[in-house]
Design a binder for this molecule. Sequence first.
Ligand SMILES: Cc1cc2nc3c(=O)[nH]c(=O)nc-3n(C[C@H](O)[C@H](O)[C@H](O)COP(=O)(O)O)c2cc1C
Length: 224
Amino acid sequence: MSDKRQIFSDIVKQRRSVRGFKKEVVDRSIIESVFQNAQHAPSNCNTQPWQVVIASGAKCDELREKFTTGFLEGQFNLDFPYDGQYAGVYKDRQYDAANQLYSAQGIAREDKQRRNEVFMRNFVFFDAPHVAFFFLPEPFGLREAADLGMYAQSVMLSLVAHGLASCPQTALSMNADMLRDALGVPETDKVLFGLSFGYEDEDHPANKCRVGRAELKDVVRIVE
Ligand SMILES: Cc1cc2nc3c(=O)[nH]c(=O)nc-3n(C[C@H](O)[C@H](O)[C@H](O)COP(=O)(O)O)c2cc1C
């Protein structure tokens, strides 16, 4: 295999959702280098329909507190609907991923309290020192949301190339009004998800989780 193929294959396979981070902060120059790479992501008509806010330090701590108390107080407002009604093979994959995550941490599926504790870790960014929020400006819709997804995957792969790890989180879009207010983001920018990132805590049990993938033949057809 050529060097480039090997390097890409290693990076794309190394990326996974990490749910336990060291507290060590990432140098600003490294963060800028990561996001500079992602600027090369493609988009419809090169519109580059993404606005990103990265929170660190005191702002990160403020958000941890606001997300946690907001959720416990029942604050729930999403810019984009999410009903999580998966069926068939999609439901099977969802169950499998959740089971892998719980069993890596020694949690039984029926142990609701500990499962809830695992969910609440979303709101403290799994202890990551940095969190990025991905906003889609109005009036963009589904098509441009796909652009934002490509941009975010570029960020995640770039993080791996820089020796860093991340976790994309829909959970961080569940209190959109609070978030905009805390970050000084205009009402017209709609949040799709957040991304906790930093250096992986390799000893955290959640990071033993490895979810599988469908076989190529089940998702890709080559026709002639
Ligand atoms: C847009 C998006 C939102 C996600 N939201 C969450 C989330 O809120 N909390 C979480 O722990 N994982 C979240 N995940 C991570 C997925 O569970 C994970 O990507 C999937 O199980 C595949 O595992 P892997 O990323 O380790 O390969 C999200 C992933 C994506 C792409």
